[in-house]
Design a binder for this molecule. Structure first.
Ligand code: UDP
Ligand code: MG
Length: 314
């Protein structure tokens, strides 16, 4: 029987886990597969771990990895990918915003020879205007400034082939931006569309800070555009400065009217200062990520798990 792994990152999802297990189990039971659910508890502060462990005693196909602290959603999914056994692997959120029933449709396409089937959101329900707008523009900006085809309005909800997981495992970077890495990997990719539902219980674990980190990780991992922008603005500002130098010399020696120069001086200083700081900041974003990778720390620390090593390496 073909094997399916379902990877579910968990951060404070006690209110969603029972319904999720129920619905997921219903779906995969109808698919004639052998399957496993891997829950990665990413430092939840609620009862999520207890719940998952109870389920894992009740159902042998439920596995868990408990992180020593919160490492973030992308890293939680990466840990699941490192430990899964499936030929096909599903990545899904725990809050039921990604309807498990869609897995059937995605798996159909997978069986027709697509190594990646992602789910594109045509609508998003129950999310703040801020989230919808920032997400919309983020996806459009990143797809413009990268040379790979990162699909717009698409999160990590998808089904991928073992081949893709093997590629991902060879990518050692600390800044995980899986939807970009999967696009980068290539293969045959296709998609289905769906209306994203509301989160069923609890609240989002993606704070603005975490969203910003994800966005910057994605951009710096797949694009040099910001660096080029810094260089470009350096040239533009230098050009403007050159014109102003000519003007200053002209007013000093030709029209000899050079005292009231405070405004232009101030503007030039502020403008230059701003461009310089922005450019240093951009360079800093890249350097800080380089130094994180040079340190070569493990990506995550597992506190405990019920997955035996051989199991995920077969
Ligand atoms: N999540 C996680 N670690 C985090 C934040 C979130 O593992 O630090 C999980 C969360 O439990 C959920 C998924 O990642 O399964 C997506 O998170 P969330 O629903 O909070 O994000 P949103 O849908 O609001 O973007
Ligand atoms: Mg969500």
């Amino acid at each position: 029987m073909p094997k399916l792994s379902v990877i579910i990152p968990i951060y404070n999802e006690e209110g969603n886990i029972p319904a999720l297990v129920e619905r997921l189990k219903g779906v995969v039971d109808s698919m004639n597969l052998s399957y496993e659910f891997i829950f990665i508890n990413d430092g939840s502060k609620d009862n999520s771990l207890r719940l998952i462990k109870d389920y894992s005693e009740q159902y042998p196909f439920i596995k868990y990895i408990n992180f020593s602290r919160n490492f973030g959603h992308q890293i939680a999914v990466s840990a699941g990918l490192d430990h899964c056994y499936g030929d096909a692997i599903v990545i899904i959120d725990a809050d039921l915003q990604d309807p498990p029933e869609l897995i059937i449709e995605m798996y159909e396409k997978y069986k027709r020879g697509f190594e990646v089937v992602y789910a594109q959101r045509s609508k998003r329900a129950g999310e703040t205007m801020f989230k919808t707008l920032t997400a919309k523009y983020f996806y459009r900006i990143i797809s413009r400034i990268t040379s790979i085809n990162i699909p717009v309005d698409t999160g990590d909800f998808r089904i991928i082939d073992r081949k893709v997981v093997d590629v991902l495992k060879q990518m050692p970077e600390q800044q995980k931006f899986l939807r970009g890495q999967i696009a980068w990997a290539g293969f045959n990719q296709t998609y289905i569309t769906y209306d994203r539902e509301e989160r069923k219980a609890g609240e989002t674990g993606y704070t603005i800070r975490k969203m910003l980190k994800l966005a910057l990780d994605g951009i710096t991992s797949f694009s040099d555009f910001p660096l080029k922008f810094a260089t470009f603005s350096g040239f533009v500002v230098s050009g403007v400065a050159f014109v102003m130098i000519l003007y200053a010399l002209y007013s000093r020696y030709i029209i000899k009217d050079y005292v009231p120069g405070w405004t232009s001086l101030m503007l030039a200083v502020l403008f230059l200062g701003g461009i310089q700081l922005i450019s240093i900041g951009i360079i800093g974003e890249y350097i800080s990520r380089m130094s994180a990778n040079v340190r070569q720390r493990p990506l995550y620390i597992i506190g405990e798990t019920n997955i035996r090593k051989e199991e995920s390496e077969q």
